[in-house]
Design a protein around this ligand. Structure first.
Ligand SMILES: Cc1cc2nc3c(=O)[nH]c(=O)nc-3n(C[C@H](O)[C@H](O)[C@H](O)COP(=O)(O)OP(=O)(O)OC[C@H]3O[C@@H](n4cnc5c(N)ncnc54)[C@H](O)[C@@H]3O)c2cc1C
Length: 364
């Protein structure tokens, strides 16, 4: 197996890892990012929330718009997002009747329910793709000319309406399907918010991924931080990577950075895990709670568990004070996060960790 050298090694390619890699690169470090597929960042709804807004505002290149009210497939209204993909229809800007497009084949999209709830009108298009999932339908909307043809067939039914609401199907690969339909109809066109894995979330994750600089080397595989005093990481199928600093951005329970395996454990660096109430669940007293997950999660939501950091973003040990190693930093959902943490907080903590890791790497 070969040994590769890098300045900063980021483990995890979700929002926190991308932010860490970008920040370390911008601070002058040589950066390698190693990741497995999946994670919470790929499961978002196309909406963006959280408290720490600066990094997002700085990096947003038009992929997201700020504010708005959004209809979900269940016909309730999402009002608390800070930002959203522009393809989602912002109903706060619609002053007249909403045309809600029927997609009769999909069981979770009821145009009638949405239209009744919002006082809109159900409209049908010719040649709507017959699909069992929103993803399958979105693939068809990616095909050249399909979205424009459907928009043209909606024209007379949408007469007198102020905007057109589609189910969450406006493209998997292309980001401009809503805009192309709007150009044909001469009306704002947008989609509703879907669920995990639906097309808007796929496009949102891709938009975040575009913030990763091309100069960052990306490896695919499972990383394990080796025991010992040096920052050495084994990457399955790739080999050993030696770094001056490591950022753990492996996600929480959704990302696989934290697992529930008789106890809550951090699996990549094998460092202590804490709850929001500052109980160290890796300590022997915590372990005595046994294998019933509800005993752990009774302290709060499970996404509140993770590794704890000192003021310089270094991972701290079971004594609650000492850094595990000078070179080990962490960010995002693998850390103990405040309630309601979202993409914004993952990005902000990723940037802090990336900058700190670059300082450590620069210090030699
Ligand atoms: C179902 C769901 C829906 C959500 N919806 C929204 C939303 O709509 N809006 C919003 O703002 N927030 C949402 N959130 C919260 C937000 O998605 C997360 O806070 C944020 O994405 C966390 O980013 P992260 O980089 O810390 O973790 P993740 O995105 O989970 O990334 C961790 C990455 O590390 C990889 N990894 C793990 N272990 C290893 C290893 N050993 N070696 C290599 N790679 C590894 C994983 O495969 C993954 O790619 C949602 C969360 C969930 C779970």
């Amino acid at each position: 197996m070969s040994a590769t050298e890098t300045g900063v090694l980021v483990i995890g390619g979700g929002a926190a890892g991308i932010a860490a890699a970008r920040a370390a690169h911008e601070a002058g470090a040589t950066v390698t990012l190693v990741t497995l597929p999946g994670g919470a960042t790929t499961q978002t709804a196309g909406l963006v929330w959280g408290l720490s807004r600066d990094v997002f505002r700085q990096w947003n290149d038009g992929a997201f718009r700020e504010g708005g009210r959004y209809v979900t497939v269940g016909a309730w209204m999402h009002t608390t997002a800070f930002a959203a993909l522009p393809s989602l229809l912002d109903v706060s800007s619609v002053t007249g009747t909403l045309a809600v497009v029927d997609l009769p084949t999909h069981p979770s999209w009821s145009a009638r329910l949405v239209a009744n709830t919002l006082g809109g009108r159900v409209v049908s298009a010719k040649d709507l793709p017959v699909s069992e999932t929103f993803r399958e339908a979105a693939v068809k909307f990616d095909t050249a000319g399909v979205a424009e043809g459907i928009a043209a067939s909606l024209k007379s039914a949408c007469e007198g309406c102020a905007a057109v609401l589609m189910p969450p199907v406006l493209g998997l690969r292309h980001d401009d399907v809503a805009a192309r339909m709007a150009a044909v109809l001469g009306l704002p066109v947008g989609e509703a918010v879907g669920a995990v894995g639906d097309p808007p979330g796929v496009r949102a994750a891709r938009a975040v991924r575009r913030w990763l600089p091309a100069a960052v080397t990306v490896l695919e595989g499972r990383a394990t931080v080796a025991k010992g005093g040096r920052a050495t990481v084994d990457v399955e199928g790739v080999g050993t990577v030696r770094a001056k600093a490591v950022v753990l951005a492996t996600g929480g329970l959704a990302g696989g950075g934290i697992v529930f395996d008789r106890a809550l454990r951090e699996v990549t660096a094998n460092v202590p895990v804490w709850t929001r109430t500052r109980a160290c669940v890796s300590a022997p007293s915590g372990a005595s709670r046994g294998a019933d997950p509800t005993a752990w999660f009774a302290e709060g939501s499970p996404d509140g568990v993770g590794v704890r950091l000192d003021a310089s973003q270094r991972v701290i040990d079971a004594d609650g004070a000492t850094a595990v190693a000078r070179w080990l930093f962490a960010a995002g959902d693998v850390t103990v996060t405040p309630a309601g943490a979202g993409l914004l907080d993952a990005l902000a903590s990723g940037r802090r960790a990336g900058e700190a890791a670059a300082r450590e790497a620069g210090g030699g």
